[in-house]
Design a protein around this ligand. Structure first.
Ligand code: ADP
Ligand code: MG
Length: 365
């Protein structure tokens, strides 16, 4: 059997437009979720994240392409399996708990089989997994956002789904609750051996939680990689900009790639004379005060654990530099800038598009 047969969820060239003539919300999407994997789909608002989940769950029908669950087609090519038959648990962005039902009844709602007693026992069991069993007889409005989310998670997990889909699971939580719920969610998913697709617009969330992260841009999957690879080897400009803070320094290819912040090896063999942008991250930039330095501190953002410096080079190009929280230099200080890329990322500026996923040095228009 091929790989598609063993993946939990497979999308094959899936297209979806919500209305005739409107642009595709999802364009030629192909990816697979493997067993025991947590996959994050990351993208800005409107990039097709919710649509993707709705297609997998069966709340939307693709215009073309196929979706397989556990190797069996559920939509496409005339095939259609109803959402209730898909064994998919979904946690909606607004939790969508039933306000007139207790937490216990909310969780029991999706349990169809067995006596009321055995369904209640199962519901209590998952409520205890998410740490909410003591509040089983309360109503949703009596809960905090984090507690509601736990219940929504319990309700989705109760029927023992093949896969869990989570739509922006932390977006309605206070910032200080997010990290806690993130760890908690990971613990629950791992403990229950549940595979999940989580969508989010928050890169930190995606990088922290997922085994692999896919970046969506206007319905297209631009890259699907492990978090470190996504950050260190972005395959497109969009990914470089959206994941991690990136500054772009213009350069030109000579014997090496010549830029205002130094020369870098032309390992990809870009043609001499080509104009490129070098991607630089704040953790790759350092500086020392120097009267004849090539940069100036334009301002400093104190962020608690670090100082984020904004530097301006002679050409007007801007760079950010991450520095210890104790290092304070005033705006206007002239500095000598050092750039040490952990991995060289260069995008040609000309119309020619090149993508080479195997190489640390990628290129795209
Ligand atoms: P995301 O979840 O990433 O914010 P969505 O999947 O909700 O993105 O939306 C993708 C695109 O599809 C957007 O342009 C959005 O306006 C459009 N869209 C989503 N749902 C509908 C709908 N029910 N009717 C018409 N257009 C929709
Ligand atoms: Mg959405």
């Amino acid at each position: 059997m091929d790989g598609a047969a063993t993946s939990l969820v497979t999308l094959e060239d899936v297209w979806k437009s919500h209305a005739p003539g409107s642009p595709a919300a999802v364009s030629g999407l192909s990816f697979a979720l493997e067993r025991n994997e947590i996959l994050a789909l990351l993208g800005p608002s409107g990039s097709g994240k919710t649509t993707t989940l709705r297609l997998i769950a069966g709340f939307d029908r693709p215009d073309s392409g196929r979706i397989l669950l556990n190797g069996a087609p559920v939509s496409g090519e005339g095939m259609w399996i109803e959402p209730e038959q898909r064994r998919i648990g979904m946690v909606f962005q607004d939790y969508a708990l039933f306000p007139h039902l207790t937490l216990l009844d909310n969780v029991m709602f999706g349990l169809r089989n067995g006596s009321r007693q055995s369904r209640a026992d199962s519901a209590r069991h998952v409520l205890s997994v998410v740490g909410m069993v003591e509040l089983a007889h309360r109503y949703p409005h009596e809960l905090s956002g984090g507690q509601q989310q736990r219940v929504a998670l319990a309700r989705a997990l109760a029927p023992g789904p093949l896969v869990l889909l989570l739509d922006e699971p932390f977006s309605n939580l206070d910032v200080d609750m997010r990290a806690e719920m993130r760890d908690e969610l990971l613990r629950i998913l791992r403990a229950s051996e549940t595979s999940a697709v989580m969508v989010t617009h928050d890169q930190e969330e995606a990088l922290a939680v997922a085994d692999r992260v896919g970046v969506l841009n206007q319905g297209c999957l631009e890259q699907l990689s492990e978090p470190e690879v996504l950050y260190r080897r972005p395959r497109t400009r969009f990914v470089a900009e959206f994941v991690g803070q990136s500054d772009f320094i213009p350069g030109v290819v000579g014997d090496a790639i010549e830029t205002e912040v130094g020369s870098f090896p032309n390992d990809a063999g870009l043609p001499a004379g080509a104009r490129v942008d070098l991607v630089v991250r704040p953790d790759e930039v350092d500086f020392e005060p120097s009267d004849d330095g090539d940069g100036v501190v334009s301002h400093r953002r104190f962020r608690g654990a670090e100082n984020l410096y904004h530097l301006t080079l002679r050409s007007g190009a801007r760079l950010r530099s991450s520095q210890p929280s104790t290092r304070a230099l005033v705006a206007g200080t002239r500095v000598e800038v050092t750039v040490r890329p952990a991995e060289l990322i260069v995008f040609p500026c000309d119309a020619e598009t090149r993508d080479d996923p195997e190489d640390g040095l990628q290129a795209q228009r």
